[in-house]
Write a protein that binds this ligand. Structure first.
Ligand SMILES: Nc1ncnc2c1ncn2[C@@H]1O[C@H](COP(=O)(O)OP(=O)(O)OP(=O)(O)O)[C@@H](O)[C@H]1O
Ligand SMILES: [Mg+2]
Length: 264
């Protein structure tokens, strides 16, 4: 398997407060890695380092086998989509302009192709076409979030970084977006790093799940392995929430078919 993203002995502190002390992680091409862990344990920090929004204090990060230290940021981000919680849309641009911002950069000559791509992605994330000409301030939080996801996907990136992307949407829309992102992943073979607070979302979407606590990796494994062989007490407690959610005692866990865990 080809390695897509690699953290080697990465260190990161804010002031004198260390967040990541010796962080090592390999993400293979085509994996959908879900990241879950206690609040403040460094998930967002790790994600932001992949596309150069934050720089490590020590250690190295490789993307496509290339050390990204000192690499041109625009070039680095061309193949990396980034969708985060809370609106990061350009306030002075319409929905259409926001979504097409990246493809426009890449494809200035073919405007129709860009327009069609915007329609396609709006449909995929469940945004009504009439919202095209609205500004972010005229959208609900969930709609803004979906514009952000559409924008991240519109550039057809090879890597997608998502930080709690479905936080501000209702349960039904969340389910639809989960199905959709799973489908996009299966169809395109895109490599995904996806932060979530929801263990069932992590187990359902991830081909691998990374469990973190206080900057340390507790377990990095296939969802089935997490459920069958939790490596630490932290992971045990986390997956117990999932078992509780499927209303079955531990010894009958198989019967809940891992609550929709994707097997790969
Ligand atoms: N710019 C900053 N300056 C100082 N401290 C920061 C900064 N950004 C993050 N931190 C601190 O670093 C730690 C890790 O933050 P990070 O955002 O990576 O956590 P997280 O795992 O994403 O948490 P959450 O699940 O709450 O989003 C936290 O304790 C946070 O308060
Ligand atoms: Mg975070």
């Amino acid at each position: 398997m080809e390695t897509m993203i690699e953290f080697r002995h990465v260190k990161k502190s804010y002031g004198d407060k260390p967040v990541l002390k010796d962080f090592n992680l390999t993400v293979e091409k085509g994996e959908f890695v879900t990241i879950i862990g206690s609040s403040g344990c460094g998930k967002t920090t790790a994600l932001k380092m992949v596309n150069g929004l934050l720089e490590p204090d020590g250690g190295d990060i490789f993307v496509y086998g290339e050390n990204i230290r000192g690499k041109d940021q625009t070039q680095l981000r061309r193949n990396i989509g980034y969708a985060i919680q809370g609106s990061v849309l350009f306030p002075h641009m319409t929905v259409e302009q926001n979504i097409s911002y990246v493809p426009n950069l890449l494809n200035k000559k073919d405007r129709k192709k860009t327009r069609d791509a915007v329609s396609k992605w709006m449909k995929i994330v469940g945004l009504d076409d009439e919202l095209r000409s609205r500004f972010p301030s005229e959208l609900s939080g969930g709609q803004q979030q979906r514009v952000g996801i559409a924008r991240a996907l519109a550039a057809s990136p090879e890597i997608l970084l998502m930080d709690e992307p479905f936080g501000a949407v209702d349960e039904i829309t969340r389910g639809q977006l989960q199905t959709e992102i799973g489908r996009i992943h299966a169809q395109t073979g895109i490599t995904v790093m996806f932060v979530t607070h929801d263990i069932s979302e992590a187990l359902k979407l991830g081909t691998k799940v990374l469990v973190m606590d206080k900057g340390d990796i507790q377990q990095y494994d296939r969802p089935e392995e997490l459920l069958r062989h939790p490596a630490t007490d932290f992971v045990k407690k986390l997956v117990a929430q999932q078992r509780h959610a499927c209303h079955l005692p531990d010894d009958r866990l198989e019967e809940c078919e891992y609550s929709g865990v994707r097997t790969c």
